[in-house]
Write a protein that binds this ligand. Sequence first.
Ligand code: NAD
Ligand code: TYD
Length: 350
Amino acid sequence: MQTILITGGAGFIGSHLTRLFVTKYPDYKIVNLDALTYAGNLMNLKDIEDSSNYTFEKGDITVAEFVNSLFLKYAFTGVLHCAAESHVDRSITDPLAFVRTNVIGTVNLLQAAKNSWKDQMEGKIFYHISTDEVYGSLGEEGFFTEETAYDPRSPYSASKASSDHFVRAYHHTYKLPVKLSNCSNNYGPFHFPEKLIPLCIHNILNKKPLPIYGKGENVRDWLFVVDHVRAIDTIFHNGKFGETYNIGGHNEWTNIALVKELCKQMDEKLGREPGESAALITYVKDRAGHDLRYAIDATKLKDELGWLPSLQFEEGLSKTIDWYLSNQDWLNNVTSGSYQNYYDHQYNKR
Ligand code: NAD
Ligand code: TYD
């Protein structure tokens, strides 16, 4: 019998992970801890919120007493740590918010797990979900492997790198049973429309400008979010303790090529003239310190654990657009801010 704490389960990746674990493992008890910041949206979990093996706890991982009290209340056997501040542009404006949640919040969780598990580490797992951005920026050649030296260059990636170091330090020093993964850029349903793909889908729908930073030549390696959480499931159950696995789809796109593909697919789906949406593309001032290229070598995950992505990008992008077109209420609730009332509506009525 496992009782698993998922942090940040109301966010983009966390909600897909929570759905997968709640539905695939009916014998596991899943507790979703989320502070419901602007990025947390319980509507993402509407389809599973009444499942008997699912519980939601509203709370902040930066508050150590609260985190400790939750470990006492539930006696967790596993942790899947997703909660984070995740947007690079916000980290440039407010780095301290990233230090608080990504560094202090992670250390609070590690400390609570260590205290709770100190007499019995066997059978426990602390899984830390991280990003490829900790490795820095590539030139035109090469890939990030698990051996690539850390070289974070934005406040976001610096805070994630710091949290990764703390996770490894708890393994080395206290023998905490940890696993880590570093994944490339995700896309898919429930992606908050401040990130490139959902922002452009929203703006194409509303015929608003599509802001491309700099010349649009920066490269990202895109993975469908459901493939990411499948990989996390595989590593959680079969990965080696103390190890890191890189996750990526060998799917590199320059931002401008990606946005043009998005425009093409949306023109077709919306019955617009070819080129109508691409005319909305607008080059804007570049992001400060903008990393040029990310690309993951996921050979270790494939060779050791047999994981491969299930979707080609054009197909995943098409599914994603279809989801946004069929869920325009979700998009409107998020862009208007009304999703933030859902917690009161759903939970305070009980
Ligand atoms: P997100 O911003 O969509 O969600 C973050 C969630 O964490 C939200 O529900 C938010 O309410 C919650 N949260 C934030 N601060 C909190 C706090 N102090 N206490 C409790 N909950 C808090 O993020 P995401 O894109 O789903 O990313 C999830 C994780 O995956 C992050 O750790 C991120 O670094 C990592 N990651 C993301 C990507 C990507 O492309 N999005 C790629 C690789 C790794
Ligand atoms: P983003 O989705 O913010 O992810 P990350 O910065 O973590 O990779 O951005 C993806 C790429 O798109 C990145 O190179 C920055 C660029 N970008 C734009 O050109 N315009 C935008 O409005 C946004 C949000 C991002």
